[in-house]
Each structure stands twice: as structure tokens, then as C-alpha cells.
Design a protein around this ligand. Structure first.
Ligand code: ADP
Length: 432
């Protein structure tokens, strides 16, 4: 501001001087004209120097601004300072960008940036090796054209990116890739892809091993249990001191049979891919079947079993699997609710699909157990679970079945008050 005031003062002084000189020589207008031309020429000259400097030299860090006096000097200095700051900021950003590119190039994982139109913007070196994507040909190509597996297109468009996707590498057999997408910016996507072939092989070896062992154990256990049941039916012919051990052997052999049965169910769900053909499962019929088959345990503990479901709702999925998952939840509710409790099986339709819940007013579960309940063999109270014939595999089976039906298990519970186990099926799986 003070520069501007000085400049104004200088201008007025020059006008004053030229008026005085003009008056001395009797040519005021001529003196004013000469002064104006001089002043304008000086400013034009400074403007020219500024334009030349900005156009040519100012981007070079070592180029000093042109010398100038008054307001021009301060304009040159300000522009010089601003340019210096901008240069420092852009050097800093370039440095960061170089480092980000170098580090992502060194990653074994593919990193791909996809814009909101779904086409490729940028990718690192590992992407070329893992996905066969080439620069510059594939730039701006739609990612679903480059990875043509329909499961990838499904994953990409559904945008349920909390889960990962595992599929075979495009064009390479026997190589398994895991895809994970994260949204950022204005609906842009960052896609990470890693080679999980080794992990996949180990997992399938583990699954086969569990499946084979369970299968092999099935026959001996059935034989032992059969004999023990015959012995238990004829307990009177044994000495009284054998009665308790025989009863224990019988109940433990029953437990072993349950474990082997559940392990076989789990391994068959894990090894078989979810069938593409979906059955039409009438929810009402399924609920009635569950009600009929759990009647015995409900009566034994004198529970009240309430059922509430909408008319004519059909779920698309595997009938036997859905029956197994939902009946497991009802049986658990009956098992972990003291006598004369209330168990409710209800289903509710809404715009997003159908929600099914099994609620009890039983023992409840402390919150720190809840995230682990669907792990295999995880039990809140192992002795109580064993007493009730539990295997610790029921909820693991439920979780797998629900995942195959685009659903998840949600658990709410209050110790001493009861629990709600619920799941939601998306509207694509519901006909009503
Ligand atoms: P289990 O065969 O032992 O019942 P699950 O996998 O079905 O195994 O359940 C895991 C554990 O979760 C059970 O041991 C039990 O402690 C707890 N649980 C499951 N359902 C309920 C319920 N409705 N109320 C209270 N606890 C439950």
C-alpha cells in the first residue's frame, strides 16, 4: 500500500513540476503532454521487461527478476517470491510422486488406479506380470474388458468391496489371484491384486485333509457307537460298576459322530463351489419344516416357539443349505435357553430384501465372545456346549452357507437376557 502511495505522490509531483515548467515557458499543455508521454513510456517499458521475463526466464530457478524501482520493483519482487514458493511446492510434490511410484514399482502386488468411468488410469510394474496389462496400449481401457472373468465383472459392479475376490489369473492356469478394491476420491478405485496360489493350494490341502479324515473316521465311529448302543440297551447284564463308564462311552461316541458329521458338512460346503442354478425356496414351507423338526427339543424344554413370516416369499438359493443354516440357529436358541423360554423365528420383507431373525430370551453371550463365535470349535462355555451335544462347528457352517447366499450373520446379545441371530438376503434373491 505504501508503494502505491509513493507512486501516486511521484505521479502528482511530476504533474506539478511539468505545470510549473510549462508556466515558466508559457506552454502548460505541451509540458503536460511531454510529462504524460514520458510517464506512459516508462510504464510500458517496465511492462515489456516483465512480460519478457515471465515468458522466458522466470521458470529457471537461478534467473533474477529485472531491476525495477518504485511500484515496479515491488511487483517484480512479489512475482519472484511467489514463483519461488510454487517451485519449492512442486519440487516437493514431484519428489513424493517419484517416491510413491518407485515404491509401488518395487511391490510384488499389482496396484491399479481406475477412474470413475471404470477405465485404467495408472498401474505399477507388477500389474503387467500378474494381469498381462501393457503400457500404453491398455491405458484408458475398461478394466472389465481386460479381466474378462464374469465373477470379476460381478465383483466390480456390485461394489461390495469389504470382501475380496479370488479367481484364476487371466490366461494362466493354476495361478490364483486375490482382488481387493477400495474407493477413493470421486468414485475412483484403487485395485490391489496379489498372487495367492501357494496359500490357495495350502488351504485346499487342509480342506481335503479334513474332509478325508472325517470321511475315514465315519465308519469306525458308527461301528463303535452301534455296539455301545446295543450294550447300553442291555445294561442289566453288566456289573453295576460298568454302568457309568458305558453310558459315558455311549454319549462320547455320539459326540464324536456329531463332530465328524459337522466336519464333513463344513468341508463339503468349503470344497464345492456355490452352484449357479438356484432353487426356489418357499420361506413359509421352510419355516414350517424347521418348526416340525425342532418340536421335540422345544417340548423337552417346554419352550414357547413363535413363528412369524410373510406370505408367499420365495428365496433363491440351495434349499438344503438354507434349511441347515436356519435350523442350526433355532436349535442353538433352544439349547442355550433355560426351560420355559421363548424362541421366535421371524422374517420381514423390506425394500432391500428379506431379513430373517431368530430371537431367544436365554443365556445371552458376553460381547467379547461375539466376533469369534463363527470360528470353528469356538465355544463360550465348552462344558455346557459339550453337555448339550454341541460340536462348536454349527455357527461356522451357518456363516459359510450365508456367505454362499450373499448374506452375513449378525449377532446381538445381552448376557442373562437373550440373543438375536439375524441375516439379510438381498432383493435379487427374493421373489414375492
Ligand atoms: P455348538 O455346537 O457348541 O453349539 P456353535 O458354533 O453352534 O457351536 O455355537 C458356538 C457357541 O456360541 C456355542 O458354544 C454357544 O456358547 C454360543 N451360542 C450359540 N448360539 C447361542 C444362543 N442362541 N445363545 C447363547 N449362546 C449361543
Amino acid at each position: 500500500m505504501s508503494n502505491w502511495r509513493n507512486e501516486l505522490q511521484r505521479f502528482l509531483l511530476m504533474l506539478g513540476t511539468s505545470v510549473v515548467v510549462g508556466m515558466i515557458f508559457g506552454e502548460v499543455s505541451f509540458a503536460l503532454l511531454v510529462a504524460s508521454i514520458g510517464y506512459s513510456s516508462y510504464n510500458l517499458l517496465q511492462l515489456r521487461r516483465l512480460t519478457k521475463w515471465v515468458a522466458k526466464d522466470s521458470h529457471k530457478s537461478d534467473t533474477q527478476p529485472p531491476e525495477g524501482t518504485g511500484i515496479w520493483g515491488s511487483i517484480f519482487d512479489s512475482i519472484y517470491r511467489l514463483q519461488k514458493q510454487e517451485r519449492l511446492a512442486s519440487d516437493y510434490l514431484k519428489n513424493i510422486l517419484d517416491k510413491a511410484q518407485e515404491s509401488s514399482a518395487a511391490l510384488e502386488m499389482a496396484v491399479v488406479m481406475i477412474n470413475k468411468q471404470g477405465t485404467l488410469d495408472w498401474w505399477n510394474r507388477a500389474t503387467e506380470e500378474l494381469l498381462g496389462i501393457r503400457y500404453p496400449n491398455d491405458r484408458n481401457q475398461a478394466v472389465t474388458n481386460l479381466i474378462r472373468d464374469p465373477r470379476f465383472a460381478d465383483y466390480f459392479h456390485k461394489e461390495k468391496y469389504s470382501q475380496t475376490l479370488r479367481i484364476e489369473a487371466p490366461g494362466v492356469s493354476g495361478r490364483t489371484l486375490e482382488f481387493q478394491i477400495t474407493l477413493f476420491g470421486e468414485h475412483e478405485k484403487l485395485m490391489l491384486v496379489r498372487d495367492v496360489t501357494q496359500l490357495h493350494r495350502l488351504e485346499s490341502m487342509r480342506r481335503d485333509f479334513v474332509g478325508n479324515v472325517s470321511h475315514e473316521l465315519g465308519t469306525p465311529i458308527t461301528v463303535i457307537k452301534g455296539y455301545l448302543e446295543t450294550i447300553a440297551d442291555n445294561l442289566d447284564s453288566f456289573d453295576a460298576r460298568w454302568h457309568k463308564p458305558i453310558e459315558q462311552m455311549r454319549s462320547q461316541s455320539q459326540r464324536m459322530e456329531n463332530i465328524v458329521r459337522d466336519l464333513l458338512v463344513l468341508s463339503s460346503i468349503e470344497t464345492r463351489a456355490a452352484p449357479r442354478a438356484q432353487e426356489k425356496v418357499d420361506l413359509g414351507e421352510l419355516a414350517r419344516e424347521i418348526e416340525a423338526h425342532t418340536q421335540e427339543i422345544m417340548q423337552e424344554k417346554q419352550h414357547r416357539f413363535l413363528v412369524d413370516y410373510p406370505d408367499k416369499v420365495v428365496l433363491l438359493g440351495q434349499r438344503s443349505e438354507l434349511y441347515s443354516a436356519l435350523s442350526n440357529l433355532v436349535i442353538n436358541a433352544a439349547k442355550y435357553t433355560p426351560a420355559e423360554g421363548t424362541i421366535e423365528f421371524r422374517a420381514a420383507l423390506n425394500s432391500k430384501g428379506v431379513t430373517i431373525a431368530v430371537e431367544d430370551n436365554g443365556l445371552g453371550i458376553e460381547s467379547h465372545h461375539i466376533p469369534r463365535l463363527t470360528e470353528r470349535f469356538y465355544r463360550v462355555d465348552p462344558s455346557r456346549s459339550a453337555e448339550s451335544g454341541g460340536t462348536g462347528l454349527g455357527l461356522a457352517i451357518v456363516k459359510h452357507i450365508l456367505a454362499r447366499h450373499d448374506s452375513e450373520l449378525d449377532i446381538e446379545s445381552t448376557p442373562g437376557k437373550g440373543s438375536i441371530f439375524s441375516c439379510h438376503f438381498p432383493k435379487e434373491r427374493v421373489l414375492s
